[in-house]
Design a protein around this ligand. Structure first.
Ligand SMILES: [Ca+2]
Ligand SMILES: [Ca+2]
Length: 417
């Protein structure tokens, strides 16, 4: 979901409804929200539960190590607690040294949909005032605002002063949000995926098809520049939800929260992938959904940390389910759709092709993979414009670009052993 406003992705994204639609077919857009498509007003959360999780320092905004709940912090990551802040107020951060990545997180009430906007660094604007501006996209996530910089790939973030604010969609009741920054230095190392099977699938962690899925997904993640990806499959307890039901346009992510609640508390931090029977977003059935674009670190209890993928095909087509999972995990690691379903928004990366609305050959307003020159077909500017793993739906080649690997490698979860 990038949210909510930001677009979620239809397919894969966080709200990607169909991240790639069903294998071997172009799906209709089913889910994504984009920033300019406002969502229905959500009921305000009556009991905001945002609370700073670090002891306040003498100076209210002093930077200090955060007492986060994400497990041991690897050497390549520095966590800076920025304290509690009201919405829409400037939040300052100083980097003493350059960084390869910066994950900004702001935890608020579970019912709020929050995003980091108006981010600036020493070299200028990083995220637009609403998050939707071309080249300055960001996402809105349920319960925790999360932004990964630099979202456009590119060189390291320079040392110096950074400023941003946290905004909510709709009339959410938010007193303050608890803000922290995860500073990433060094190249991508590895990533751990906690892949959770819902018992309703009737699968065991050592079923051959499940092992094939895990191996295929680890290979897919290698394309993101993560050759040491670990996919650890676990079985959720009896009674865990079989489906994820939500209504993104109404800002209802209850189905994702139910999945998050089923996660074993002792599991190590990682990308949280839930393999379920079905995913329903409003009136749409979708193949995958990423609750956060990107996913937060240390907030596994929040829907923003949930990546759900429909896995009924896993026994027969484990590699196809791994394809869906790769796309959704791409969102969780900070990647937008290269082109959104209606061609009205694109990722901020220069080395991924954009499929312009002029490629809508049948005039229905939706850019299908074949209209965007899937598999290198077609003619410019439509040729090959859907041949990227983060195109909103299936059908094209699954290319990954250098900038996409750069973004993924900025996420602190790629520093976890
Ligand atoms: Ca692009
Ligand atoms: Ca069309």
């Amino acid at each position: 979901m990038r949210a909510f406003i930001l677009g979620l992705a239809l397919l894969g994204c966080a709200a990607d409804p169909d991240p790639h639609g069903d294998p071997a077919q172009d799906g209709a857009p089913d889910g994504a929200w984009t920033l300019d498509q406002g969502a229905a007003d959500a009921a305000p959360d009556a009991a905001p539960d945002a609370a700073p999780d670090a002891e306040p320092d003498a100076e209210p905004d002093a930077q200090s190590d955060a007492a986060h709940d994400g497990g041991p912090v690897p050497p390549a990551v520095e966590v800076i607690a920025l304290g509690a802040h009201p919405l829409d107020t400037p939040i300052d951060l100083t980097l003493a040294e350059p960084a390869d990545g910066l994950l900004l997180q702001a935890r608020g009430p579970a019912g709020a949909v929050l995003g980091v906007v108006d981010a600036f660094g020493p070299q200028g604007r990083l995220i637009g005032p609403t998050g939707a501006e071309p080249g300055f996209r960001a996402a809105f996530n349920p319960g925790v605002a999360v932004a990964l910089l630099p979202s456009g790939g590119g060189p390291a973030l320079p040392a110096g002063d950074y400023r941003f604010r946290v905004a909510a969609l709709g009339a959410a009741a938010v007193d303050t949000v608890a803000v922290e920054a995860w500073v990433r230095r060094g190249p991508a190392q590895a990533v751990r995926v906690n892949a959770w099977l819902t018992p309703a699938l009737g699968l065991a962690v050592d079923d051959p098809a499940v092992e094939l899925f895990a191996a295929a997904l680890a290979g897919r993640l290698g394309a993101f520049g993560l050759p040491d990806a670990q996919v650890r499959v676990g079985l959720l307890a009896e009674g865990a939800p079989a489906q994820a039901r939500m209504d993104g346009l109404r800002r209802d992510f209850g189905g994702l929260a139910e999945l998050a609640a089923a996660r074993p508390a002792q599991a190590p931090p990682g990308l949280e992938l839930y393999l379920v029977e079905d995913i329903v977003d409003g009136a749409n059935r979708i193949n995958g959904f990423a609750g956060g674009l990107p996913t937060p670190v240390g907030h596994a209890d929040r829907p923003a940390a949930v990546v759900a993928v429909r896995a009924v095909l896993l026994p027969d087509f484990p590699a196809a389910v791994a394809d869906f999972a790769q796309h959704e995990l791409g969102h969780a690691l900070g990647l937008f759709h290269t082109t959104e379903p209606f061609g009205d928004a694109h990722d901020p990366l220069e080395d991924t092709a954009e499929c312009p609305q002029a490629c809508d050959a049948d005039g229905d307003g939706v850019l299908l993979a074949r209209e965007c020159g899937a598999q290198g077909m077609g003619a410019p500017p439509c040729q090959g414009a859907s041949d990227n793993v983060m195109f909103w739906t299936l059908g094209g080649q699954r290319a990954v670009t250098a900038s996409q690997r750069r973004v993924v490698g900025a996420h602190p979860l790629t520093a976890l052993p």
